[in-house]
Design a protein. Structure first.
Length: 122
């Protein structure tokens, strides 16, 4: 495993920790969790493609986040049951919100800038 993958993995785990923590602290706005979710997706994709162009990673991450959000419009029985599980709720979410789309865009943008800053120091 190369050094950049380890760094991205540590960032990924840190974001998960802060994302879960953000849901437990009542005064933190809910959109922060969506912002962190998008940043987490960015760094997850980055783990698998550490040498890929950061802009391509941002675009792919945005497609993944938007795809999952629009998938929330589907209310098939098996999908509703899957969303009732802890993992299903964290990964797939509960319901579609336009505000989540905006939070994802900002989260991925922040992750992109952070990634470029990290890459610039190498």
């Amino acid at each position: 495993m190369n050094k950049s993958r380890i760094i991205y993995f540590v960032i990924f785990l840190s974001i998960i920790f802060f994302g879960i923590l953000s849901r437990k602290i009542s005064f933190i706005p809910l959109w922060i969790g969506d912002f962190l979710y998008a940043a987490m997706i960015y760094f997850l994709v980055r783990i698998f493609f550490p040498l890929k162009n950061a802009l391509a990673i941002a675009f792919l991450s945005l497609l993944i986040c938007y795809g999952i959000e629009f998938l929330q419009l589907y209310q098939g029985g098996w999908m509703v049951e899957l969303r009732k599980t802890l993992l299903g709720r964290y990964v797939l979410g509960q319901g579609f919100l336009w505000s989540d789309i905006l939070a994802y865009a900002f989260g991925i943008s922040a992750a992109f800038v952070a990634d470029k800053t990290i890459a610039g120091r190498k």
